[in-house]
Design a protein around this ligand. Structure first.
Ligand SMILES: Nc1nc2c(c(=O)[nH]1)N[C@H]1C(S)=C(S)[C@@H](COP(=O)(O)O)O[C@H]1N2
Ligand SMILES: [Mo]
Length: 324
């Protein structure tokens, strides 16, 4: 579609002012036109010699339009709470690599360069692989799921992620019998992320799950949110989402995973072991040493609501923690 310039969608200022539905309808329209145009209707699109540097962005956007919006999987819905408005969720972020000021993350994280981007999967697996993010987008069937999300700081939101089950990636790489955990790392690049040079945190951010947790049906590798690819502040181009755990487990902008036989140490546990444990399962009865976890604030509203065990996902995950 050389005639339609469609930049990366977080740079479309229009996105901020267009009601989400209009915006999505427009993307669906572009996707339909793109599909038809590549086939029969637009002979100029076959003229490879005209595809120059300027068209590379168009090509990337056309590819993304094949993935987003992903088809909603209605099995994963939230009945008792409204979805958080996109402009609220996208302006209230934790991404300490950039800043510790939630409302400034979106602006600073624009420096995150998400192409090219590789994700190395290594360790105790039969098929170690390094995925290019664009291959990963197409190799794994994407779906949309609406999840509750609960930060350890006692705020909560409800957002539509797009991505694929972590279990699908596990199946591809085939962990060896000894593998019990998976460890994950975020990028290290102080040129993009000022707080990686201005602070004494043990960068890069690292997290981990048990293999059973990674295999749970709720565990998602997300590449999108609100019907489009992840904007940088939400952890582009690939982040973890484990909705029954406190938000810090859901590591952003993943570059590497390692399957291992030992429980990995984690960023926040290393910094403050008495405050942030490896499991970090949402539990109203276990207060943080400095505040209660009994209730939570719903961002974008004036409401507080009671916290629920496993953030409302007890039926899916309680079995993971039953002593044999
Ligand atoms: N790499 C990285 N991942 C991270 C964080 C971070 O600072 N760096 N913050 C975590 C915390 S505390 C939360 S609550 C969520 C916030 O995700 P959101 O900004 O998309 O809502 O990301 C998590 N993942
Ligand atoms: Mo958090």
């Amino acid at each position: 579609m050389p005639s339609i310039h469609l930049p990366r969608n977080w740079r479309i200022p229009e996105k901020d002012v267009t009601p989400e539905q209009v915006y999505l309808d427009r993307r669906r329209f572009l996707r339909a036109v793109g599909a038809a145009g590549m086939g029969l209707l637009a002979p100029w699109s076959l003229d490879k010699t005209s595809i120059g540097v300027a068209d590379a962005a168009d090509a990337a956007s056309t590819e993304l339009a094949k993935v987003f919006p992903a088809k909603r999987n209605t099995k994963f819905a939230v009945q008792d709470r409204e979805m958080t408005r996109e402009d609220i969720a996208a302006r209230y972020n934790n991404f300490y690599e950039f800043t510790e000021e939630k409302t400034l993350v979106a602006t600073l994280a624009r420096n995150l360069k998400t192409r090219p981007w590789k994700v190395e999967v290594t360790g105790l697996v039969r098929n170690p692989r390094t995925f290019d993010i664009d291959d990963l987008l197409h190799e794994f069937a994407h779906e949309e799921r609406i999840y509750r999300f609960r930060c350890v700081e006692a705020w909560a939101m409800v957002v539509p992620w797009a991505g694929f089950p972590f279990s699908e990636l596990v199946r591809k790489v085939e962990p060896r019998a000894e593998a019990r955990y998976v460890r994950m790392w975020t990028f290290l690049n102080p040129e993009w992320a000022p707080n990686q040079k201005n602070s004494d945190y043990p960068w890069p951010y690292f997290e981990g799950l048990t293999l059973a947790e990674a295999m749970n049906e709720l565990t998602l590798l997300a590449t999108g949110i609100y019907g489009h690819e992840l904007p940088p502040q939400h952890g582009a181009p690939l982040r973890l989402v484990v909705p029954w755990k406190y938000g810090f487990k859901s590591i952003k902008s993943i570059v590497k995973m390692e399957f291992t036989d030992r429980q990995p140490s984690t960023f926040w546990n290393q910094l403050a072991p008495t405050e942030y444990d490896f499991y970090a399962n949402v539990n109203p009865k276990v207060p943080h040493p400095r505040w209660s976890q009994a209730s939570e604030r719903l961002i974008g509203t004036r409401e507080r609501a009671p916290t629920t065990l496993f953030n409302g996902y007890e039926a899916s995950v309680a079995g993971l923690y039953k002593k044999p």
